[in-house]
Design a protein around this ligand. Structure first.
Ligand code: URA
Length: 446
């Protein structure tokens, strides 16, 4: 029997009124949108209906599959190694990908890390990598595959052919107030990750004031939703919820974060960055099926830092992708800001907050991020913020350092740092690593 053509207004009305669409209807919508047969205004109305009505579990699986299959896929099943990626929901100072890709590659896991650019107040791995002179993130899938075979890890941007439905839909959601929807976020992220033909995926679900989802309870719902999608496709999926009520690590920007990641691979990264990186690495080892013994996984992950092999692998990856591998031994080869200015605490007390959103927006104002998609990024600018909520500090000691290009950027950057770092009496930060979520349920880690 011939399928009836979809009548888009009827589907929008059904979703608006709380009904469910079939898998065939979702596929027809996604295919029609990618082929420009369905206009933006109808897709925007449908997305808004989903924001209010949600998706049933079957609809979510159908939408994610239709998006994943909307273009080319990264076929890697014949690599002969477990294929595991890590995805972060986005934050400030989050440079764990730069450490984890070489670390897991040293452990025999293939890491096809397809990363993104900065979004809103959050930084992006691709912008950080491009701070390395010459580094090329625009590899074809064939070139990325060759690097995976040779070095076990590749850090690249999404190609135009991979999940075109998400590229189009995400741009539409960005300007129609339809980003903040758990099913739409889950379908967007998981369609891209599952197109990498992964055997395992570890999700870093950022939570707190600097995360896209600020409510810790909703973060857990997002984690469970994405885990169900991953597991339904045969991809072992594990999530950690981690704190984003303060930046991760000390460095926030692009070149400064690359420098901190390199220090981390030499065993001298900030304690919070190292704790989150090791915890995610342990889950990646488990998701890869290398061991079920978490203490063993930890020994392996810490071992590739201690013996220098992960640091060496990062240099090889930089070299393979056209970058200057000498930055690993000599970070002064990274672009440096002409002005580095400390900002002192104006009173003694306890650091109560370090607001990531304020810092993220201030990096954009310095030129280290974008307010429009077509803007270039200044790799050298940013902040180094050595204080954490709960630290006792004396008046006059630095609360942070501004890395700026021009003196006229300093007043706004100083004001942002003073707004971000709140000094008071009692700090109540979120636990650095809150929960571990698997298909079996939620485990509190505190
Ligand atoms: N990141 C994505 O890739 N998609 C979303 O919808 C939100 C964050």
């Amino acid at each position: 029997m011939a399928e009836r053509p979809v009548v888009v207004p009827r589907l929008i009305e059904r979703k608006r009124d709380g009904g469910a669409l079939t898998a065939a209807e979702w596929r027809a919508l996604v295919d029609g949108y990618v082929a420009d047969r369905i206009p933006d205004y109808q897709m925007a109305a449908l997305a808004m209906a989903v924001v209010f009505r949600g998706l049933s579990p079957d609809e979510l699986v159908a939408l994610t599959a239709a998006m994943r299959e909307s273009g080319e896929q990264f076929h890697l099943a014949d690599l002969g190694r477990p294929r595991v990626d890590k995805h972060s929901i986005g934050g400030v100072g989050d440079k764990t990908s730069l450490l984890l890709a070489p670390m897991l590659a040293c452990l025999g896991v293939a890491v096809p890390m397809i990363s993104g650019r900065g979004l809103g107040h959050t930084g992006g791995t691709l912008d950080k990598l491009e701070a390395i002179p010459g580094f090329d993130v625009r590899l074809s899938l064939a070139a990325a595959r060759r690097q995976l075979e040779r070095l076990g890890a590749v850090l690249v941007g999404q190609t135009p052919e991979l999940v075109p439905a998400d590229r189009k839909l995400y741009a539409l959601r960005d300007v129609t107030g339809t980003v903040e929807s758990i099913p739409l976020i889950a379908a967007s992220i998981m369609s891209k990750k599952l197109a990498e033909s992964l055997t395992g995926l570890v999700l870093d679900i950022k939570t707190g004031s600097g995360a896209f989802i600020t409510d810790p309870a909703q973060s857990l719902v997002l984690a469970e939703t994405m885990i169900r999608l991953g597991e339904a496709s045969g991809c072992r999926t594990i999530a950690l919820t981690t704190a984003m009520d303060r930046p991760l690590g000390v460095a926030c920007g692009n070149a400064v974060e690359v420098e901190e990641a390199i220090a981390g691979l030499a065993g001298s990264g900030p304690a919070d960055l190292m704790a989150v990186t090791i915890a995610l690495g342990v889950e990646m080892v488990v998701a890869a099926g290398l061991t079920t013994d978490r203490a063993d996984a930890r020994r392996r992950v810490e071992g590739v830092i201690a013996d220098g092999s992960a640091r060496e692998r990062l240099a090889q990856m930089i070299d393979a992708q056209g970058g200057d591998p000498r930055v690993v031994d000599d970070p002064r080869r990274l672009p440096g800001a002409p002005i580095v200015e400390p900002v002192a605490a104006d009173r003694s007390g306890t650091v109560v907050e370090v607001k990531p959103r304020v810092i993220g927006h201030a990096i954009v104002v310095l030129g280290g991020g974008r307010s429009r998609a077509d803007q270039a990024v200044d790799p050298a600018v940013g902040f180094r913020i050595p204080v954490k909520p709960g630290d006792r500090i004396d008046a006059g000691t630095p609360i942070g350092f501004i890395h700026a290009r021009h003196p006229d950027q300093l007043p706004a950057a100083r004001a942002a740092l003073r707004e971000a770092v709140v000094i008071g009496d009692v700090a109540t930060p979120l636990p650095l690593i809150g929960h571990r979520v698997t298909v079996a349920g939620i485990e509190a880690l505190t």
